[in-house]
Ligand binder design. Sequence first.
Ligand code: CO
Length: 158
Amino acid sequence: MALLEIKKAGDPVLKKICAPVDKIDKRLRKFLDDMAETMYKHEGVGIAAPQVGIPIRAIVVDVGKKRFDIINPVITERVGTIVDSEGCLSFPGVYGEVERAEKVRVEYMNRYGKRKFIEAEGLLARCLQHEVDHLDGHLFIEVAKNITAEKKNRSDNE
Ligand code: CO
């Protein structure tokens, strides 16, 4: 596995509408493993392919129980709304409150091309919506309220 570079705020790749994945092969699985390694290294709970510079419809999510490798996801149901705090690996130290559906159903293909679905609530539902947004070039910062940014400490400035 290999660590990938995370694209930060202002990089045009973050604004792209990503292309569907049409070939699920070893090369894609290696890429998903690299995305996962990069996400864990930065203590994220989700990462989308455009965040590492590849505008394809693939995300990896792990909110602590299980890692999901998700290809060509579609949110097919949204129930309720809930506001909670969110961050993003492309906006380190920045947090904001975002309204999301409380529960979602997501249909997708797994890393072997098998059709799957997830019915999620709580952090997993929030994370799925955040990552699927990335695939359409939507960033949480555009809809977040009460945005806060951690102040850099002295050592960061030196
Ligand atoms: Co993000």
